[in-house]
Design a protein around this ligand. Structure first.
Ligand code: DPP
Ligand code: ZN
Length: 886
């Protein structure tokens, strides 16, 4: 259980050039014969060859065809008496493993009777002994053997080069991957699967075979995934000139998976949640997520597979860049400016609620971390989403053309290599001499090394006589573990000045120029900007489009916020003004003490929201976001500490109820104009209308006050909605208002979909998040754990109920008696014995414990300490709870 440190990186002492694997698949005992061509790395002093292994049974090792001496050092296989010199030698290693016992779902495991692999980060060592590190890249040939009837389809990376029958009802297939790759991109699938196939010819005239492999009954749910894949391929070629480099590209779905999906070269393996969709079972959000994840994994083919990471501290090299690419893809697919903004707002909500919280908590780490106990704990929103924001800032600094030039140079320089975040950013600067990035590269790189969310403070002053508007900006970054003092960062701030009529005033910066006409690059601890020719007092609109992952603090009157909610030309900031407005009301209520006011929203505030809801020029999707209140955990994050989760819930509920009642006629109008979207398609316009209709229905149910009309309509809709989005929204509306019809609706929902695993997940999640009426939430969750469909062994199922409750139901979870935390501790331990990765994720739902008020704080500490005291914890969970208590 040793900590791994970034600065300890040393190149491998050996290279492995070719890997020839023969795998005899058997659930209880799979035999793996690995033939390696190995040679010494001439740049490194001679040392023994240490191969990683984990839970393997070693049968035999041959060196150049003869027996040889070896020893074990912990789980590593150590060979000392190897040939001198640089000449390659052959190593044959014969091991066995047991896929059916592999509940960690790392390495070779079984799902629904079929075989799958997951090797990132360190799963390959659970298949065979190897130099399991991403900078060792080899060419793979793989022969799979299995019973033909039970596992008729045998897949691995690359091209199928041979296949045939064997004795005893077995068969085989041999695959060869022409591309060198690190072992974390290796994959095998064997099962009773069928494929949707499509052949495409790309812009450049190349032909490819695309396959989406699923269980036979699921073929009717693969059309959207295939369309998304085709779009992703065409988009990457169009936007970045990056072509598909394989004749065959395969996507395979499995229902037992830790990640969302995995970018194995040519053979992407997906959590079925991100492949399977049909209108009857998948929501608009599911359709959108599938497009995004299919894109994400496909884009990894270049940013991850062709150019990979030197070591796991560089994870954001591929993940931050690939998230940026999938976000850009989804925006381009969304089309209109409004739909793009809606996508951006969704991404920022995730960043601010999850990543900002991470940056402010015990697991805070830089985008390029310095150390880890267990690397799987670092597949975080900091690496992914903040990493993507860093790449987005690079694009903002370089412009679209400059960014493209940078990426072109990146592939020119680093294709086929395992590189670092430094290599990436250096290339982007080298490709754009004189750019705002190249000019201040060392400072920009602080985004990779400093943890914590920077705070930008802004103060504005209008001088009517001089017709100037002065903006004073300053920045700071809070201390995080191991980083008490921070240096000022390079922060691109997109901004505008909104005039009285709602239009932007022209921007003329005294003594300087704005990047792209509207971006200020803040690099000093404090700066003063003076805009001249400002003919009227403006309302400043800063951080447009969320141009940097920072917290902006700027005084604003409710009138200024309402002005921007009504007019800001930047849709992101228009939405943000509404959020700020609501946040201020919530924070005032929290600061006030005493009884929670039943109607905290002012008339002017309600009128402003009504105007947005009724605005004929706005899209429904935007309205649904603008009328939504900030989440409870986001509100909690704005407090300095002493967080009372029950009061936050009560305040937000009061706001929600007031919004429901005060705008009842408007909600009814919104429902009437949006609830019928005709034949289902998941496009942004109709999905936006469904979102607004869903919100309206929830509000109308909340405002029903004993009247049965709206709950009755919701109940009817659960029964006969034409698609899952409308059905789930209606069920949620019923649950959200605590109506007795909800129980019957849940029953009917289950009866209809009990054979659809992904819908049963929704059924569990909806109940896990249901309002905590008189302490009912926890007992309901405990009862659901006894349901025959519940199991901790399936990650999606475990997440639906446990994460739904522990992180999606703050009022139910943060009980005064601490029973929610006791439940959490028990489930973390139970899961840890099965699947440490999923357990560690659940453990993280208590990250913010130290900011709680008493008695929650004491009870939370006790529960975490109980977990930490277990002697047999995985590294995964140990790292999370140790940091939490530090
Ligand atoms: N499968 C995960 C992803 O695609 C890890 N690479 O992000
Ligand atoms: Zn990824």
């Amino acid at each position: 259980t040793a900590v791994t440190r970034r600065l300890d990186y040393a190149p491998p002492a050996f290279w492995i050039d070719t890997v020839d694997l023969s795998i005899d698949l058997d659930p209880a005992k799979t035999r793996v014969l690995s033939k390696l061509t190995v040679r010494r790395n001439p740049d490194v002093p001679a040392q023994p060859l240490k191969l990683d292994g984990d839970e393997l049974n070693l049968a035999r090792v041959l060196l150049d065809g003869a027996g040889c001496s070896f020893r074990m050092e912990g789980e590593q296989l150590v060979l000392e008496n190897l040939p001198e010199g640089d000449a390659p030698f052959a190593l044959e290693i014969f091991t066995t493993c047991s896929p059916e016992k592999n509940s960690k779902l790392m390495g070779l495991f079984m799902s629904g009777g079929d075989f799958f692999t997951q090797c990132e980060s360190e799963g390959f060592r659970r298949i065979t002994y190897f130099l399991d590190r991403p900078d060792v890249m080899a060419t793979y040939t793989v022969t799979l053997r299995a019973d033909k009837q039970r596992w008729p389809v045998l897949l691995s990376n690359g091209n199928l080069v041979d296949a045939g029958e064997l004795e005893g009802g077995r068969h085989y297939a041999t695959w060869h991957d022409p591309h060198k790759k690190p072992c974390y991109l290796f994959a095998v699938v064997a099962g009773k699967l069928v494929a949707r196939e499509q052949r495409i010819t790309t812009r450049s005239g190349n032909n490819h075979l695309l396959q989406v492999w699923v269980r036979p009954g699921d073929l009717d749910q693969t059309e959207h995934a295939m369309n998304s894949l085709v779009h992703a391929i065409l988009w990457d070629e169009w936007r970045f000139g990056l072509k598909l480099d394989l004749e065959r590209f395969m996507v395979v779905a499995t229902s037992d998976f830790n990640f969302g999906a995995m970018e194995n070269k040519g053979l992407n393996i997906f959590n079925s949640k991100y492949v399977l969709a049909k209108p009857a079972t998948a929501t608009d959000a599911d359709f959108e997520a599938i497009e995004g994840v299919i894109g994400h994994e496909y884009f990894h083919n270049w940013t991850g597979d062709r150019v990979t990471c030197r070591d796991w501290f560089q994870l954001s090299l591929k993940e931050g860049l690939t998230v940026f690419r999938d976000q850009s893809f989804s925006m381009d697919m969304a089309g209109t400016a409004s739909a793009r903004a809606v996508k951006r707002i969704g991404d920022v909500i995730t960043l601010r609620t999850v990543q900002f919280a991470e940056d402010a908590g015990p697991m805070a780490h830089p985008v390029r971390p310095d150390e880890y106990l267990e690397i799987t704990n670092f597949y975080t929103t900091t690496i992914y989403e903040k990493g993507a924001e860093v790449v987005r800032m690079v694009e903002t600094l370089l412009g679209r053309e400059g960014f493209r030039r940078g990426l072109d140079l990146y592939f020119q320089r680093h294709d086929g290599h395992a590189v670092t975040c430094d290599d990436f950013i250096q290339t982007m600067a080298d490709a754009t001499p004189g750019s705002a990035l190249a000019e201040r590269l060392p400072q920009f790189k602080l985004w990779y090394s400093q943890a914590g969310t920077p705070v930008v403070r802004a103060q504005g002053h209008y001088d009517a006589a001089a017709q100037t508007y002065t903006l004073q900006l300053s920045q700071s970054c809070p201390p995080t573990a191991g980083q008490p003092a921070k240096q000022p960062m390079l922060i691109p701030l997109r901004l505008g000045l909104v005039g009285l009529d709602g239009r932007d005033l022209p921007l003329t910066l005294q003594g300087g120029a704005l990047l792209h006409g509207d971006v200020v690059v803040l690099h000093e601890p404090a700066a003063t900007l003076v805009f001249s020719g400002v003919t009227q007092e403006p309302v400043p609109s800063l951080l447009r489009g969320f141009s940097a992952p920072v917290k902006l603090q700027m005084e604003a009157t409710p009138e200024q916020l309402m002005h921007r909610l009504a007019h800001d030309s930047d849709p992101f900031n228009r939405w943000e003004a509404g959020q700020q407005l609501a946040l201020r009301v919530a924070l005032a209520q929290l600061a006030a003490g005493g009884e929670v006011a039943p109607a905290p929203l002012s008339d002017a505030h309600l009128a402003a929201l009504r105007a947005v809801l009724r605005d004929a020029a706005l899209d429904a999707a935007f309205k649904a976001l603008a009328l939504g209140l900030p989440g409870e955990s986001y509100i909690a994050d704005q407090l300095p500490g002493n967080v009372d989760p029950q009061r936050i819930h009560a305040v937000r509920e009061a706001m929600r109820r007031q919004l429901a009642h005060a705008l009842r006629a408007d909600w009814q109008w919104a429902w009437e104009h949006n609830h019928d979207t005709g034949a289902y398609t998941p496009d942004p316009v109709s999905s936006g209308r469904r979102a607004l209709a869903g919100l309206a229905l929830a509000m109308l149910c909340l405002a029903a006050d004993g009247d049965a009309v709206w709950p009755g309509k919701a109940y009817q809709r659960v029964k006969d909605a034409g698609n899952m989005t409308d059905r789930e929204n209606a069920l949620q509306a019923l649950l959200g208002c605590g109506h007795p019809l909800a129980a019957r609706a849940l029953e009917g929902f289950y009866a209809r979909f009990s054979h659809e695993a992904l819908v049963v997940d929704k059924w569990f999640a909806l109940q896990a998040r249901a309002p905590d009426v008189a302490g009912s939430a926890l007992p309901a969750v405990l009862a659901l754990m006894q349901h025959p469909d519940f199991t901790l062994k399936n990650p999606n199922r475990a997440r639906s109920l446990l994460f739904g409750f522990c992180s999606g139901n703050p009022a139910g979870f943060h009980r005064l008696d601490g029973a929610g935390y006791t439940f959490w501790a028990g489930q973390v331990l139970a899961l840890d014995a099965i699947n440490p990765q999923v357990a560690a994720r659940l453990a993280r739902t208590m990250d913010a414990w130290a900011r709680l008020a008493e008695p929650w704080r004491g009870a939370a500490r006790e529960a975490i300490a109980r977990v930490a005291a277990q002697p047999k914890l995985s590294n995964d969970v140990r790292e999370v709870v140790t940091r939490a208590l530090a």
